[in-house]
Ligand binder design. Structure first.
Ligand code: FES
Length: 137
């Protein structure tokens, strides 16, 4: 039986997904083991002491700049979903604008509740004037 799907233009990444998952379906956990760094913004978009929500696929990420070093954790508060990037950044601590939970922007750890679960942490790197973020593992 002949397939009507043309795979001649399939990329190496897609072939790897086909082999890894046995099909072209997304990982049920939402994590791509073959994820690569993705440019999310320019370095000038997030000044020291500031935060910005950036989109990494379907994930909302809170990108922060602490004294020139960039950090990325989940933007959706693990309490009940507040937007962390709209909160207050003090040194390495972000305070959720909804109920005041605090998280370490470098480790994702909860520093003060009511949240109990840490935020996912994303790898960040700077290339030239670009900030790149990699999916959480
Ligand atoms: S939603 Fe962030 S502390 Fe409640």
């Amino acid at each position: 039986m002949k397939s009507n799907v043309d795979l001649s233009e399939t990329s190496a990444h897609t072939w790897a997904q086909l082999i890894y998952y046995g099909g072209p379906w997304p990982d049920p956990a939402g994590i791509d083991p073959l994820a690569e760094f993705v440019k999310v913004c320019a370095t000038t978009d997030v000044q020291p002491g500031k935060m910005k929500m950036v989109q990494l696929g379907t994930e909302k990420v809170c990108l922060s700049n602490v004294n020139g070093k960039y950090h990325a954790i989940g933007d959706v508060c693990t309490h009940v979903g507040g937007p962390l990037s709209q909160g207050l950044l003090t040194d390495r601590t972000v305070t959720c604008p909804w109920h005041g939970s605090q998280f370490d922007v470098a480790t994702g750890e909860v520093k003060r509740g009511p949240a109990r679960m840490p935020e996912p942490v994303y790898e960040v790197k700077v290339e030239g004037t670009s900030v790149l973020v990699k999916s959480a593992k």
